[in-house]
Design a protein around this ligand. Structure first.
Ligand code: FE2
Length: 126
């Protein structure tokens, strides 16, 4: 069975899907089973992927890379950042030419987790 909010990836065509209603786990794309993305939370590479949350006046600012900003280009970028609360998912779809950050109108105390997807390095969460 799939689980709510899981993300699946097709390594052939690049489709990425998120589960909004649980069902059979037989997700197929390009005639192959889609791969479930497991979020990583520790980054030992020079590029930093783990999202960092900072409280701001009207909510939270989520940055990808606390001390080092993740690159943003057509070839390598952060596609989206999500903030999960108990009953909501807030998603910002990022422009490859913009900054790897987004502001969300949510109280920091209500956040269950934040995650982001890098088109080259996968899913990351904090
Ligand atoms: Fe990356």
């Amino acid at each position: 069975m799939t689980k709510l909010r899981e993300i699946y990836y097709c390594p052939i065509c690049g489709n990425v899907i998120e589960i909004f209603n649980e069902g059979a786990s037989a997700l197929v794309c390009c005639n192959q089973k889609m791969q479930k993305l497991e979020a990583k939370s520790e980054d030992s590479t020079l590029e930093k992927h783990v999202p960092f949350v900072e409280e701001v006046e009207d909510g939270v600012l989520v940055k990808v890379g606390q001390n080092q900003v993740h690159p943003m280009s057509e070839d390598h970028h952060i596609k989206f950042i999500e903030v999960h609360t108990k009953d909501m998912v807030l998603k910002a779809e990022l422009d490859p030419n913009g900054a790897p950050e987004a502001t969300f109108p949510v109280k920091i105390a209500d956040i269950v987790k934040v995650r982001e997807w890098c088109n080259l390095h996968g899913l990351w969460e904090a």
